[in-house]
Ligand binder design. Structure first.
Ligand SMILES: C[S@@+](CC[C@H](N)C(=O)[O-])C[C@H]1O[C@@H](n2cnc3c(N)ncnc32)[C@H](O)[C@@H]1O
Length: 203
């Protein structure tokens, strides 16, 4: 188990934004990749309707178990289906069943930054038309907007390149000519439209 201080939990304002998005789109089937102690998972589970479900994945169950008592206290544990393991093979397994394709209303990606593009190739198949995929940390502590030699934390520096590539390539994967960026917080949302092309909003 890595030290938890190596990871960032979703802050309250981002949790509220995610919650608002889920309620606005009336989502009932969600997925989270990267749970940690469950800050964003709790926000999503609380925002879903009582019959809503969220498939949550993390490489290490111990993180999820740390936050689970709070989730249970909030009365939303029944909405969560937790799967332990590296997310890419779990997603590949989901994709083997055509019944899973195009069924998720909302997908939150907040795990290993070096795999964001690999996640995108898979979750774009799983999200429904009109659904939303949200990627966390797309500004990567603001480092994407400064020169590579600017002073920055070692962890930020190590993954800055992956995050920058993802930001550049996510719109290209969708064949977008124009991406619309709203720089509010570190959340990039890809809204999947009727022809499975997409609009990109970066918060
Ligand atoms: C930034 S934290 C998630 C924060 C969480 N969403 C929250 O709001 O508190 C990243 C998480 O991704 C998990 N992770 C890293 N690589 C992974 C992988 N390949 N598959 C699944 N989970 C992974 C880590 O164990 C860690 O808990």
């Amino acid at each position: 188990m890595h030290s938890i201080s190596n990871f960032m939990a979703t802050p309250a304002d981002e949790g509220q934004l995610i919650s608002m998005l889920i309620k606005l789109m009336n989502a009932h089937k969600a997925m989270e990749i990267g749970v940690l102690t469950g800050c964003s998972l709790l926000a999503i589970a609380l925002a879903l309707p009582s019959h809503g479900k969220i498939l949550a994945m993390d490489i290490d169950r111990k993180y999820y178990e740390l936050g689970l008592p709070i989730i249970e206290k909030a009365g939303v544990a029944h909405k969560i289906d937790f799967k332990e393991g590296p997310a890419l093979p779990l997603l590949d397994k989901l994709l083997q069943d055509d019944n899973n394709k195009g069924t998720f209303d909302f997908i939150f990606v907040d795990a290993d930054k070096e795999n964001y593009l690999n996640y995108h190739k898979r979750v774009i198949e799983l999200v429904r038309v009109g659904g939303l995929i949200a990627y966390d940390n797309t500004l990567w502590n603001g480092s994407v907007a400064v020169p590579p030699d600017a002073p920055m934390d070692e962890v930020v520096k190590a993954f800055r390149g992956f995050v920058m590539d993802s930001i550049k390539l996510l719109p290209l994967i969708q064949g977008l000519r124009f991406a619309k960026f709203l720089l509010v917080m570190e959340l990039l949302c890809v809204a999947v439209s009727f022809d499975h092309s997409s609009s990109v909003y970066c918060h």
